[in-house]
Write a protein that binds this ligand. Structure first.
Ligand code: NAD
Ligand code: UGA
Length: 470
């Protein structure tokens, strides 16, 4: 059997793990991951990988040097490969037409032009990045700009992995989606990609479709997931007014099989590099097709997320006697979710900034994301500190705000933390993972999300504006 060559342009959170799993599961393919970022590529070649993902190092070690290679030689990787995955970043545009909403396709287009320039043989080019529906058409136009010297077949194979569970998601995906043109060549290319995944994914979980459905399904999946979080977060605000408990409501609602119980955890807000940008992208696409009602509908998911972040900080300020000046506030967790070092769009960034605006002293602790947190606050004055150890972060603090659901925060000695803090001591649980009753017994004033606060104050109702008021 002749070895097939796969290239992946973009060695980030998607390109790296996805290609490592393909290489591990398909020894008959030679997989080369190429990126312009030299330090990232250098890190992929060591055991200090550029991203933290449970189980990833073992997967990389199983294939690296055997049939998995990392390089900055983009041109060489393109020339060698019959199949090219493109997994570069597609952030929200920050300039010009569509700024703040449309996807910035400059990196993708640059790669398409590079493929055209370097290719000496026909290629299957795969959209692994998340892209607006109809991008494949633009890519075909660019790739065929030299009048058909070579044939380029564009396939959409969006990625559904979540950070923190990337390896598990890649090894046991709910589905792999492969969209192609429904022409003879399109269907042949589609089958080539099906054949890769068929090495470990059950046939029933490999779904094929036309290329536009695949592109759109990715945006819609993220929009639906984010919508669930905004829905439960909206109800958390109502719970706080009515003394209902969001955990009990989510449990009761989620037991309906038609609704399902996952993705119903109220939180300080969703973060991550994709939900916001993909919904903005969906909104922009709807607007560009004149579907303004649909655009407004999906935009509300983002509005609700911003409201939830703002509401969280406002509660802190109000309950801490309307002044944060000089108060030390420990942020427990900075990653946008547990089990990742990624802080992109983390609600903790918003909370930290707002507290600094209120002239608080902010101490950030996180088991994996401190390095990124330092970058997020680069250039900020001396009122921000970083602590590896959560006990150090909490020492002398007026409040702890729990912002990432790291398992370790459940098992801390909260008695010791309480002893070391200023009194009255506050805990604002932005993930609802702590034992609130126990914390209250220790002496904390506890503010869960979507549930009545447990305080040692007698005038709580007055300061909240009436706990049962509408
Ligand atoms: P990332 O920023 O971590 O990685 C992108 C990489 O592409 C960077 O290392 C960058 O240097 C490289 N790059 C950019 N232009 C290049 C060029 N011209 N040549 C070579 N390399 C280039 O991004 P990511 O999180 O991996 O996301 C990539 C895409 O996958 C995005 O479209 C995103 O929406 C989508 N996605 C991300 C996730 C996730 O969990 N992060 C999940 C599913 C889909
Ligand atoms: C999400 C999707 O889950 C992936 O399927 C998708 O591939 C990816 O986006 C992408 O396109 O980038 P990710 O952002 O890595 O994955 O992580 P999620 O588990 O979806 O969490 C996103 C945010 O929602 C986190 O801040 C998380 O804490 C929050 N969240 C999640 C809640 O607040 N409540 C929940 O019940 C679930």
């Amino acid at each position: 059997m002749t070895t097939k060559h796969i290239a992946c342009i973009g060695a980030g959170y998607v390109g790296g793990p996805t290609m490592a799993v393909i290489a591990m599961k398909c020894p008959q393919y030679r997989v080369t991951v190429a990126d312009t970022n030299t330090s990232r590529i250098a890190a992929w070649l060591t055991d200090a990988l550029p991203i933290y993902e449970p189980g990833l190092l073992e997967v990389v070690q199983a294939a690296r040097g055997r049939n998995l290679f990392f390089t900055t030689d983009i041109a060489g990787a393109i020339r060698e490969a019959e199949i090219i995955f493109v997994s570069v970043n597609t952030p929200t545009k920050t300039f010009g037409d569509g700024a703040g909403k449309a996807a910035d396709l400059q990196y993708w287009e640059k790669v398409a032009r590079e493929i055209l320039r370097e290719a000496r043989t026909d290629k299957i080019v795969i959209e692994k990045s998340t892209l607006p529906v109809k991008t494949a058409q633009i890519m075909e136009t660019i790739l065929n700009a030299e009048g058909g010297r070579l044939h380029f077949e564009v396939i959409s194979n969006p990625e559904f992995l979540a950070e923190g569970t990337a390896v598990r998601d890649l090894l046991h995906p709910n589905r792999v989606l492969i969209g192609s043109r429904e022409t003879t060549r399109g269907l042949i290319a589609r089958q080539e990609i099906v054949d890769i995944y068929a090495n470990w994914v059950p046939a029933g979980r490999i779904v094929t479709s036309n290329v536009w459905s695949a592109e759109l399904s990715k945006l819609v999946a993220n929009a639906f997931l984010a919508q669930r979080i905004s829905s439960i977060n909206s109800i958390s605000a109502l719970c706080e007014k009515t003394d209902a408990n969001i955990r009990e409501v989510a449990h009761a609602v989620g037991m309906d099989e038609r609704i399902g119980n996952r993705f119903l955890n109220a939180s300080v807000g969703f973060g991550g590099s994709c939900f916001k940008k993909d919904i903005l992208n969906l909104v922009y696409i709807c607007e560009s097709y004149g579907l303004s009602e649909i655009a407004r509908y999906w935009e509300a998911v983002l509005t609700m997320n911003e409201y939830q972040e703002q509401r969280f900080v406002r509660t802190m300020i109000r309950e801490m006697f309307n002044t944060m000046v000089g108060k030390r506030i420990a942020l427990f967790g900075f990653a946008f979710k547990a089990d990742t070092s990624d802080t992109r769009e983390s609600p903790a960034i918003y909370v930290g900034r707002k507290l600094l605006e209120e002239k608080a002293v902010v101490v950030i602790t996180d088991p994996r994301a401190l390095e990124n947190a330092r970058l997020d606050f680069a250039g900020v004055d001396g009122r921000i500190h970083f602590a590896e150890d959560p006990y150090d972060a909490a020492r002398g603090a007026h409040a702890v705000a729990l912002l990432t659901e790291w398992e370790l925060y459940r098992s801390l000695s909260w008695e010791d933390i309480y002893q070391s803090m200023e009194k009255p001591a506050f805990v604002f649980d932005g993930r609802n993972i702590l034992d609130h009753k126990r914390l209250h017994e220790i002496g904390f004033n506890v503010y869960p999300l979507g549930a009545p606060p447990l305080t040692h104050f007698h005038d709580r109702g007055a300061r909240r504006g009436g706990s049962s008021g509408y």
